[in-house]
Write a protein that binds this ligand. Structure first.
Ligand SMILES: [Zn+2]
Length: 166
């Protein structure tokens, strides 16, 4: 796939914005997590400045990926729509320092680059948005009672007992 390269520092300084779409099939790491490489990931990137003056990028990533439900073992479309603020450091070592200095869970600190690959960034964020253990909200064929129990609203007595024993 054609890489989309930006100068991340200049992009932030100028307050530029850009958006696009990648096919899941073109994002090999993401496609490897999917049951089938279908669907697309839409993204937008906006340059700006952190309150303390550091260059930052606001990345929005939305789309859907076909995942295998770990409960009923049938595939389903997992949809997501996430926004992340990425503060840019000069390099990897600087990123670790800045991460500690800002101490803000709401944002990520990454090493910026003059040859920054947007596709990698979008793919990283999409991978982070995927659940560790993908499941339907309600599996097809599940009884309503089962769905309530699985959602954790009404824990089964056995589950409570197990927790208590721990
Ligand atoms: Zn399921």
């Amino acid at each position: 796939m054609e890489a989309i390269l930006i100068d991340a520092f200049e992009f932030s300084r100028q307050g530029e914005s850009r958006e696009g779409e990648f096919a899941v099939a073109d994002l090999s790491r993401l496609a490897a997590e999917a049951v089938a490489p279908t669907g697309a990931i839409r993204w937008s990137l906006v340059g700006g400045r952190h309150a303390q003056g550091y260059p930052q990028l606001t990345l929005k990533v939305a789309g859907s990926v076909a995942l295998m439900c770990q409960r009923c073992l049938t595939p389903f479309e997992f949809g997501f729509d996430v926004e992340t603020v990425l503060v840019l450091a000069q390099d990897e070592a600087g990123a670790d320092e800045l991460e500690a200095a800002l101490d803000d869970d709401e944002l990520e600190v990454i090493a910026g680059s003059r040859q920054f690959n947007v596709a990698d960034l979008v793919e990283d964020e999409a991978l982070l948005a995927l659940p560790v253990s993908p499941r339907h909200d309600v599996c097809p064929g599940a009884s309503p009672q089962q769905a309530v129990e699985d959602s954790g609203k009404a824990p089964s007595p056995f589950g409570v007992l197990k927790d208590w024993k721990r």
